[in-house]
Design a protein around this ligand. Sequence first.
Ligand SMILES: [Fe+2]
Ligand SMILES: [Fe+2]
Length: 312
Amino acid sequence: MEASMLEETVQNPNPYPVVADLQYDDVWHLCLQARDLAWDAAQDIDWAELKRETAELPQEVRAAGAEWWSLRAWMEHGATPYGCERLRQAIYEHLPFEIKQHVANFIMEELRHHEASFRIADVLGGYQPTPKSDYFQMVIPRFHVEKEEREMSFYAGMAVNTLFEQLSGELLTARFKNARYGQIRKACELILRDEARHVQFGRILMRRFFEQLSREEKVMLGEKFAKKLRGSLLNGVYAVVNLPRDERKRSARARALAAEHGLGATHPDEEVAIIVQALAQIRADVAPYDVPIPLIEEIEGPDAPKTTLAAE
Ligand SMILES: [Fe+2]
Ligand SMILES: [Fe+2]
């Protein structure tokens, strides 16, 4: 066994008390909803129908769709290591049962979003387990930087994460509207239903914990949010604005093509407008708690390009 693993074993020698008292009824309510609204990516989507209906699409379109849904799959998967760390933390810190249950549900749900996405990619033209572009190989792992997460308290960090869920929920709504194929629409709808619960969890955390944060912590939360948004999510994950020029061009074209054919994608220009609008909403949501979110220059500043394709 590696020395680091041994250290981790002795860090938490005492599992007691194994907490069973419910402390947060609103979080428990979300857990019950998650049980009622569980779904199965393999069974609940008619994959044969999607295959039939998309069989005649031109090769180029299928490839764009496969790339798009592969990216969606990597992103959804990106939430699972983050969730694992939070589950581990919730267990080690002896947090209430319903918090551990919610985080475990979160992992399961992100995993089924991942599954639905790679299955769609597979039908369209083949799921790509590793991004073809070097750039994406580099940027996706930056989605979750545990060191950054650890600088925040458990609840504050989770609340910041759910602000991103809100953003991605807005983007996913546009993708749902774009989807012309019934089964892609259904997948988007089922994913959105789970995401709504993740956003709800964030609202509960804000209500319960944000009042107690110090001014410094609030400033740090806003900065962390902006840093993650600029550093990884605008680099091809949520939108392509911060990608290097060539990759931006290629990536934007593929997205545009998938969107034109109703494959549940968003046109790159549309993405920026959605993010700007969602950011305004997020600022309004955190305003009562005085959490300042810095201006995101590249999409909100006066010099922000109005379109990503035309910016060439
Ligand atoms: Fe998700
Ligand atoms: Fe989520």
